[in-house]
Design a protein around this ligand. Structure first.
Ligand SMILES: Cc1cc2nc3c(=O)[nH]c(=O)nc-3n(C[C@H](O)[C@H](O)[C@H](O)COP(=O)(O)O)c2cc1C
Length: 177
């Protein structure tokens, strides 16, 4: 599966880095783009970001065009700013353009949104993306599996994203009935 993984400036960058490791381990064709917002958050969170395959404004990336869309665009984590741009058709960066392409070409678009609480504007933006065919997956890991460490919580979300992508995996098995 061809996946564009976009990492943006919301808290929880480790969700994105673990998702990347998992997609690579599962032999998926994954490309990475990182926003400058994510680089700022990385300083605060002390997260080591992966190497990007494409620059934030690299519209020469094949996935910026409807002629060559990926099978899925995943924004993980997804800031409210990027959500707002996607919901309003603002394709002014590779991330928002690729999301726009995914929607118009009827490919999978998954936004792992993180913030709390949500304003009405955010809720409406999430509604708009959902009605357009995207999937909003708030970074809300469950606690019923009795997580012991942060990695358990990250794994929970990564497993749910892989489920949405239809990629078989063995993560988070202990949370399954
Ligand atoms: C330490 C830090 C944490 C942040 N956490 C969030 C967050 O959880 N959710 C969010 O929507 N924005 C958060 N922001 C604000 C975004 O990074 C900011 O709106 C940025 O413009 C997003 O741009 P991007 O989507 O292009 O990365 C945070 C910023 C910093 C510096």
């Amino acid at each position: 599966m061809k996946v564009l993984l976009a990492i943006t400036g919301a808290s929880g960058l480790a969700y994105g880095t673990m998702l990347l490791e998992s997609l690579r381990a599962l032999k998926q064709d994954v490309s990475v783009v990182i926003s400058s917002g994510a680089k700022e958050v990385a300083k605060a969170e002390g997260t080591k970001l992966p190497k990007a395959d494409y620059g934030e404004y690299d519209f020469n990336c094949p996935y910026a065009s409807g002629s060559n869309p990926p099978d899925a665009v995943v924004v993980c984590p997804c800031s409210l700013k990027t959500l707002g741009e996607i919901a309003n058709g603002v394709g002014n960066s590779l991330i928002t353009r690729a999301a726009e392409v995914a929607l118009k070409e009827r490919k999978k678009l998954i936004l792992v949104v993180r913030d709390t609480p949500y304003s009405l504007i955010t809720i409406r933006n999430m509604e708009t993306v959902t009605l357009a065919g995207g999937v909003i997956m708030p970074a809300s890991p469950g606690f019923y599996g009795k997580p012991k460490k942060i990695d358990d919580l990250l794994e929970f979300m990564v497993a749910r994203v892989l489920d949405q992508l239809g990629i078989k995996h063995s993560l988070s098995k202990r949370w399954k009935a």
